[in-house]
Design a protein around this ligand. Structure first.
Ligand SMILES: Nc1ncnc2c1ncn2[C@@H]1O[C@H](COP(=O)(O)OP(=O)(O)OP(=O)(O)O)[C@@H](O)[C@H]1O
Ligand SMILES: [Mg+2]
Length: 582
């Protein structure tokens, strides 16, 4: 996994300060953890007194049992508060990220694959929690370690001195084992993401795979990806195979030293049996606590990396919604014309639009025509303000678009796109999506009728309550489009952006959709990317877009005279429509 290496702590602290962490809960957790550590430090001392066999005191036994009960309670309590705090941290970070995803400008999504964005939200917050938990554990371990050594020192200096050199050894072993564990674990995760991405991309394209007879090849590709993951899992297991004995050896060495040298000291009367037992228990503390330091580097590196990735998203600019002018205000005080003025635009490096200028008069139909890939949909995206021009500007009533409230702007427009996006849910929910006011059943039926969708909707057993499946998978392309048209009719926008589908539907469906679109266009300022001859001919103004440039504009008759490309497009379309009708 390509973790950013030279990442500082700034993103981490900036993220936790933005995410309103439940500090109270963390402090409570820490206090309970320290109490547990204190009780754990006290227990062997009582055991020492009981085992020394000088006098039998039942009170001591009760104390010992009491401490065991207290430990059980504090351990479960700190477990609870810690998980509770972690859940809150995760939730807060996820909320921050999600709000950002919804508000971030669209170019962001051209750069980041959505699976990665999902993992940012589901997986990365665990690293942040990891670092906070780890810091608390480390503080507790330090307390426990220092406490143990002080108590051991008080019992027997010689035996303590013999044990101290083991500490660097434990550190080295845990660092080395930790390093390999981390490396192989990263590989497991990386390959796992790779596998998820592979499957997630293939499943929705299963029809494509079958229709091109690629089953055998894809089975092999999938097997390779799965095999890679399997190999990563195995190498992770091999690290455990060698690592675990090494870690256990540390425990063995400590126990051996305590029992041999401690046993000897007992035999010559320098240590009583109770102290030997207590010593034995404290020495286990050394092992467990020093181990924590071995993980230091990995946990913090993971947290820094995750915080960096999350912060990059959280700290990026959102779309700017708050601007002085309301759309309606401008509409009333101006001619209400939209205009692109010397607009150039590129998605990435390549220029898609070059010096495009034209006016969209209020209340009229403006058609954009031109060959595929010329930049027609891009023009609509700019008008919808999904993207901003690199050069030039978009104006409404002579006011630059950036000065007009974005929410308002988008509310005034409806965009019926080539793809007609449909969400999972019912047909009714899809038709009313994006309309804030209450919509009556009657209104939904009327919209469906106008969109030429009522016929097929009522043929479904559940009518408007029919679940459309993931991304509308239970609907045909033409049905999806008519639902999108009904949605636009309900929204009742002043300005309409239409991207006519190029896909060749059958003549009846095309006619139905065309009729629905004509109905939708009535009384609205419409900008339509048109493939249909009748739409083009009836438009008040036609703009011909070719390779990102405007090669001509005017009325149908004028363009037939002056624009060669336009003439060709019309002739091809005419021939096509003749064929379809035939
Ligand atoms: N999100 C994107 N990122 C990068 N390039 C893009 C993106 N969308 C479109 N393009 C490129 O911009 C150019 C114009 O695309 P656009 O979708 O505007 O064409 P179009 O005129 O609508 O074509 P069609 O008639 O086929 O719908 C194309 O070359 C395309 O490759
Ligand atoms: Mg297009």
């Amino acid at each position: 996994m390509s973790e950013p290496n030279k990442v500082g702590w700034k993103p981490f602290f900036s993220l936790i300060s933005k995410s309103k962490l439940p500090w109270g809960l963390y402090i409570l957790t820490f206090i309970v953890m320290i109490s547990t550590a204190s009780v754990t430090l006290m227990s062997p001392l009582i055991l020492q007194k009981i085992m020394s066999g000088e006098i039998f005191d039942a009170k001591l036994v009760f104390q010992y049992i009491g401490l065991a009960i207290v430990t059980a309670i504090t351990v479960s309590l700190s477990g609870f508060t810690r998980i509770f705090a972690n859940a809150r941290t995760t939730r807060n970070i996820q909320n921050t990220l999600w709000s950002k995803y919804i508000r971030v400008p669209l170019p962001f999504f051209n750069k980041e694959p959505s699976l990665l964005l999902i993992s940012r939200l589901t997986h990365d917050p665990t690293h942040i929690n990891g670092a906070i938990n780890y810091t608390m554990s480390l503080l507790m371990s330090t307390y426990s370690l220092v406490g143990s050594i002080i108590i051991m020192w008080g019992m027997n200096v010689k035996l303590t001195l013999v044990l101290l050199p083991v500490i660097p050894y434990i550190l080295i072993v845990t660092l080395v084992v930790g390093h390999f564990t981390q490396k192989t674990q990263e590989r497991v995760q990386y390959r796992y993401s790779g596998m998820t991405a592979f499957i997630a991309e293939r499943l929705p394209k299963i029809r494509l795979i079958r229709s091109f007879g690629k089953e055998g090849e894809e089975i092999e590709n999938g097997k390779n990806v799965i095999e890679n993951q399997y190999k990563a899992d195995v190498s992770r297991a091999v690290v455990d195979l060698y690592g675990e004995p090494l870690l256990q050896s540390v425990q063995g060495i400590i126990m051996g030293l305590v029992l041999i040298y401690g046993g000897y000291l007992t035999s010559i009367g320098e240590l009583d049996i109770g102290s030997l037992i207590a010593f034995y228990l404290y020495s286990a503390n050394i092992h467990n606590n020093v181990q924590q330091y071995g993980l230091f580097y990995q946990v913090l590196k993971g947290a820094k990396g995750a915080a960096h990735k999350i912060s990059k998203i959280v700290d990026s600019d959102s779309e700017k919604y708050e601007r002085s002018k309301a759309f309606d205000e401008v509409l009333q005080s101006s001619n209400g014309n939209l205009a692109l003025e010397h607009v150039s635009f590129s998605y990435e490096e390549r220029n898609v639009l070059k010096n495009v200028s034209f006016t969209i008069p209020k209340g009229k139909v403006t058609a954009i025509v031109g060959p595929s890939g010329g930049g027609k949909t891009t023009i609509l995206s700019l008008i919808e303000r999904f993207y901003e021009p690199n050069v030039g500007r978009l104006t409404f009533g002579n006011i630059p678009s950036e000065q007009i409230h974005l929410d308002d702007w988008r509310n005034a427009f409806s965009y019926v796109s080539q793809g007609s996006p449909i969400l999972s849910g019912t047909i009714r929910e899809n038709i009313t999506y994006g309309t804030e006011r209450e919509v009556s059943d009657e209104e939904v039926i009327q919209a469906a009728k106008k969109a030429n969708a009522y016929g097929f909707i009522k043929d479904f057993p559940d009518g408007f309550e029919t679940e459309v499946g993931e991304m509308g998978s239970k609907l045909s392309g033409g049905q999806r489009q008519r639902i999108a048209i009904a949605r636009a009719i309900i929204k009742n926008p002043k300005y309409l952006l239409l991207d006519e589908a190029t896909s060749s539907l059958d003549i009846q469906t095309t006619t139905k959709i065309q009729a629905a679109l004509d109905e939708l266009m009535v009384g609205r300022t419409t900008i339509v990317v048109a493939h249909n001859l009748s739409t083009v001919q009836e438009a008040n103004h036609i703009v011909v877009v070719e390779h990102g440039m405007i090669s001509g504009q005017g009325k149908h008759d004028e363009l037939m005279e002056s624009n060669k490309l336009y003439r060709e497009l019309v002739e091809i379309q005419f021939a096509k429509e003749q064929m379809l009708a035939w």
